[in-house]
Design a protein around this ligand. Structure first.
Ligand code: HEM
Length: 493
């Protein structure tokens, strides 16, 4: 592939040679792309160039370059590519796939009005109530922890978006959304969209031909997406008519729009789409982070004990931690940060599209390219984090035990104008669940029939988020009377 140059003849960043048409796709580890990027970073440096299905791709592995391009030059680095392809899949409802347009800006306005830092504290009682429910679920069925954390994350997000209270087991609304997710997640990756870009006939062949299975899946998926967007929205509209809708992003925005004259014509569609996006963006990510926390606790008993001792000293054993305690519990904060540093929830950031040709440090960055930030690589830089593979929450503490000012965990929420609008809410959800679980349970290795520890050897899920799964562990209450403690906390909430 010729390394083409700009008029000013600046070279593209260096990078691996690829094959015609498909580029470097076969060289990239599909499950752990950040490991391939690590190899290439060592060879080519903090900014390198590759092609994925003919898509020019710039990969950034340093915070300095990510900030320079995506934050400081954000007006040029906030677009999206594959716009026609995402439409073909009916994924163009999703904020994260929208190009840099007024529709996208209005989606961001919705999130800003309802999820900004000053607004999210109103959801704290709900977040705590949901954290108490996790304690109850773990008391009843500790082995099903993965399922409980997943249900918890979905519940908390359904509540903030729609004021919808999920039923305890297999909620019908959540199941419906998850069915749509089974379609959206595999189809929604840049690689699968790239396949359609490369072979557009896949979407037009009759369904009964062999390749037609693909087309059938897309057709079914479109129906599921439509349902996923409309049903929860209609639920809020109906609850509002009945005067029983609790506060939520959708209810607040419907109220906000009443009597306003600067509301766009497609307001309803935007609100539906913003809700659908935020469920997708928020439930799986929160679950992934909490699952990562459990794994780190099982494998790092010392860190766990120190955090529990701090909770016992600050909170005591009568009540449960609440947000008022947050500043007095620096170790909990440090554990959350280190959990995310050790395996960022989103290890490689979502693609940002380049609007106009640009030059960075003498390298040409072509219009139409996408920029990926390898967050995992930045957070495993051994010059910044010695022994990067070790779990050490104390990295984030000052010498006097107070929390330090390295907020690197925020990088897992992205950069620039596309930065995750749900981050304040998400971090509060994670904090409350982590603090409540550590106050009440020990997380230990499971034992085999001979009473020996079973070393957890999790599988890390591939995809946009990566979480440890399929590892056994033993979750036992730290004190007798935990159920009563939860019941008391519930009354006092
Ligand atoms: C631990 C939890 C979460 C993580 C790690 C996370 C991470 C991310 C990341 C990496 C992006 C892409 C940013 C970029 O392109 O630079 C993103 C975008 C987004 N997130 Fe989150 N997120 C989380 C929770 C949430 C929650 C709870 C919500 C809403 C309730 C949410 C809503 C969104 C939306 C709407 C976008 C698209 C933004 C855009 O393209 O303009 N996220 N998130």
């Amino acid at each position: 592939i010729p390394r083409w140059r700009s008029k000013r003849s600046s070279p593209l960043p260096p990078g691996p040679t690829g094959l015609p048409h498909i580029g470097n796709i076969l060289q990239i580890d599909p499950e752990k792309p950040y490991l391939t990027f690590r190899k290439w970073r060592r060879r080519y440096g903090d900014i390198f160039f590759c092609r994925v299905w003919g898509q020019n791709t710039i990969v950034v592995s340093s915070e300095k370059i990510a900030r320079e391009l995506l934050d400081k030059r954000s007006s040029n680095y906030s677009d999206k590519m594959l716009v026609a392809e995402s439409k073909a899949y009916s994924l163009d409802f999703n904020t994260a796939w929208l190009p840099y347009t007024d529709t996208w800006r209005f989606h961001r306005r919705i999130y800003h009005l309802s999820l900004r830092q000053e607004v999210v504290p109103k959801y704290r009682p709900m977040q705590l109530r949901r954290a108490y429910k996790v304690i109850e679920d773990l008391l009843e069925d500790p082995e099903g922890f993965e399922e409980h954390l997943q249900a918890h994350s979905a519940a908390i997000v359904m509540s903030v978006l729609y004021g919808y209270e999920t039923a305890s087991k297999k909620d019908p609304m959540v199941s419906m959304i998850e069915t749509a997710n089974d379609y959206i997640i595999p189809f929604g990756t840049p690689a699968s969209m790239g396949i359609v870009k490369a072979f557009p006939f896949l979407l037009s062949i009759p369904t009964w031909l062999p390749g037609g299975k693909f087309r059938q899946a897309v057709m079914d998926g479109k129906k599921q997406v439509k349902e996923m967007l409309e049903v929860p929205y209609q639920y809020v509209v109906k609850s509002m008519k009945m005067g029983i809708a609790p506060t939520s992003m959708t209810a607040d925005m419907l109220q906000w729009s009443e009597g306003k004259d600067d509301v766009p014509d497609d307001f309803e569609e935007c609100l539906m789409n913003a809700g659908g996006t935020a469920f997708q963006a928020g439930a799986d990510t929160t679950f992934t982070t909490l699952q990562g926390f459990v794994y780190r606790m099982v494998t790092n008993p010392e860190a766990q004990k120190r955090a529990q001792a701090q909770i016992d000293a600050v909170v005591g054993t009568d009540r449960l931690p609440d947000f008022e305690d947050r500043e007095s519990l620096p170790l909990i904060e440090a554990i959350v940060r280190e959990t995310i540093r050790a395996m960022p929830t989103v290890p490689v950031n979502l693609p940002h599209g380049v609007t106009n040709d640009d030059i960075y440090e003498g390298y040409f960055i072509p219009k139409g390219a996408i920029v990926l930030v390898s967050t995992w690589e930045i957070l495993h830089d051994e010059t910044r984090y010695p022994e990067p593979m070790a779990f050490k929450p104390e990295r984030f503490l000052n010498a006097d035990g107070s929390i330090g000012d390295d907020m690197c965990h925020l990088m897992t929420f992205g950069f620039g104008r596309r930065l995750c609008p749900g981050r304040h809410f998400a971090l509060a959800s994670v904090w409350s669940a982590v603090a409540c679980m550590l106050a009440t349970f020990n997380f230990e290795k499971a034992k085999d029939a001979q009473g020996r520890d079973i070393e957890p050897n999790p599988r890390w899920t591939p995809g946009l988020t990566s979480r440890p799964t399929d590892f056994p562990c033993r979750i036992t209450p730290r004190f007798p009377g935990t159920a009563e403690r939860v019941a008391r906390a519930r009354v006092l909430l």
